[in-house]
Design a binder for this molecule. Structure first.
Ligand code: HEM
Length: 437
């Protein structure tokens, strides 16, 4: 933890401790508004919000006006991600505290109870997570939409600075990867799927340039690797395991008992779906080579890439199915919560988290990933068209990780295989997320 973040992580869910002020401490926490001599204090709006630093962090590469909103939009996202990670920390702490109640009756009373002092922090935290994913992020993304009467960003202007940014890519949004891991997607993120040439070339990494990479590889994340894969001692280590933690909590709840209705079983990843996805991946490669001469070397490389991706996805699906096979009691507990205490704070929190996952990762039109893809696709299309129009022989290549076809494939084909909090979803109906498109 950097010292400047020490106050941020010095939070408590304990009702008494929550109201304590932060004082200077050897672990780096700083008292922000100390009482000075004569009882005076000198905090200002500017110093409380660290505006001196915050407003010096926007450093464009060009004189293009639209580059400013490009930076600000991304920074607003990073702040929203930071808050989401923090809110996940509040939920993590709450769930750990619940699980520490060894007496079964105590545990059940608190878990399905409504004690205000205990539930307020996770209730507001889960509402913020849902709000960020469903409302805020789509709204912020709208700044970069280059379409329609009210366009707020221009692909023609983007053309003027895009090449200055190579090889930086949204792939390197490490906080987003941590959130995806908290939402049960760790198994998916280990799949080698994306081309690595641009990154290997520009970051001077050794290794075969043709090899595929994962988005949580050091090659992609560089110094931010520890954000996505926090070391055990880190404040955020447990957040990466949040999906498992939520399932552990659900598994401590009772089942409805004999003769009562039962939830439909948790679906397993079927082999034919995995094979279908491997074939779809092959289609992306075939589509991308359109027009190129089909040399033996190219076809061999393609075959190797499909094999690598296929092997990884099969292993991921196997690990995921093993995990799901261990979630039967979490499924029973989820059904109990959903049936016996649907208005309890814990049920509200779980509902909000499921909605947040759908809003962030779903393939429907308003999801964050859908909107992002629309913004990315439309801008890159305009950049290319403009380059052609002005006769640029080397139009900006976009980012390095394979671009739109990969984004679409992940969103439509892969992410639906790894929904968050699987034991709590679709308890009575068939899955709402279509498995493949
Ligand atoms: C003009 C605007 C944008 C364009 C053209 C764009 C383009 C892209 C492209 C092409 C990729 C695929 C990675 C690659 O090929 O290297 C990508 C990935 C990504 N971008 Fe953007 N992007 C834009 C705005 C944003 C914004 C505002 C965010 C907010 C954080 C963002 C976050 C991401 C994330 C998280 C990924 C990884 C997605 C995944 O793996 O599913 N992008 N972007």
């Amino acid at each position: 933890m950097s010292e400047s973040n020490a106050n941020w992580w010095a939070f408590s869910i304990d009702p008494e401790a929550r109201a304590e002020r932060i004082h200077d401490s050897p672990t780096g926490e700083r008292e922000i508004n100390p009482v000075l001599s004569g009882g005076r204090r000198d905090l200002t709006y500017h110093s409380y919000l660290a505006l001196e630093k915050l407003l010096q962090c926007q450093i464009p590469t060009s004189k293009t006006p639209d580059e400013r909103i490009f930076i600000i939009t991304h920074q607003m996202f990073e702040l929203a991600f930071k808050e989401m990670i923090f809110d996940l920390a509040v939920l993590t702490k709450t769930f750990i505290q619940l699980l520490a109640l060894h007496d079964g009756l105590d545990f059940l009373k608190t878990a399905i109870g409504t004690e205000r002092d205990f539930w307020l922090p996770p209730l507001t935290a889960s509402a913020r997570i849902k709000f960020s994913c469903k409302e805020l992020m789509p709204m912020i993304m709208r700044f970069l939409l280059n379409k329609g009467e009210e366009e707020t960003f221009s692909g023609i202007e983007f053309y003027k600075f895009r090449n200055n940014l190579t090889p930086a890519s949204g792939f390197q949004a490490a906080q987003f990867r941590l959130i995806q891991r908290a939402f049960g997607k760790s198994n998916l993120l280990t799949v080698h799927l994306f081309p690595s040439q641009a990154f290997r070339g520009t970051y001077g990494e050794t290794g075969n340039k043709e090899e595929l990479t994962t988005v949580i590889d050091k090659l992609i994340l560089q110094d931010d690797l520890k954000t996505a894969l926090p070391p055990e001692t880190s404040e955020t280590a447990q957040i990466a395991e949040f999906d498992d933690l939520a399932h552990r909590l659900l598994s401590r709840l009772p089942s409805l008992g004999e003769g009562a209705p039962r939830p439909i079983p948790i679906p397993l990843l079927r082999e034919d779906l995995v094979e279908h996805n491997i074939e779809n991946f092959r289609k992306i490669l075939i589509h991308q080579r359109a027009g190129a001469s089909e040399t033996r070397a190219l076809l061999d490389r393609e075959q190797k890439a499909v094999e690598q991706f296929g092997q990884d996805l099969k292993e991921s699906a196997k690990r995921e199915n093993e995990r799901r096979n261990g979630l039967n009691s979490a499924r029973e507990g989820a059904f109990y919560l959903h049936t016996v205490a649907p208005e309890a704070p814990l049920a509200k929190i779980m509902n909000r988290l499921v909605s947040a996952d759908v809003a962030l990762h779903g393939a429907h039109e308003e999801s964050f990933l859908s909107l992002h893809m629309k913004v990315a696709r439309e801008n890159l299309r305009e950049v290319q068209e403009h380059a052609k129009e002005i006769g640029d022989p080397e139009p900006p290549i976009g980012t390095g990780g394979g671009g739109i076809p990969y984004l679409g494939f992940v969103m439509r084909n892969l992410l639906p295989l790894f929904p968050a909090f699987i034991a709590y979803r679709d308890l009575e109906d068939t899955p709402v997320l279509s498995w493949v498109e």
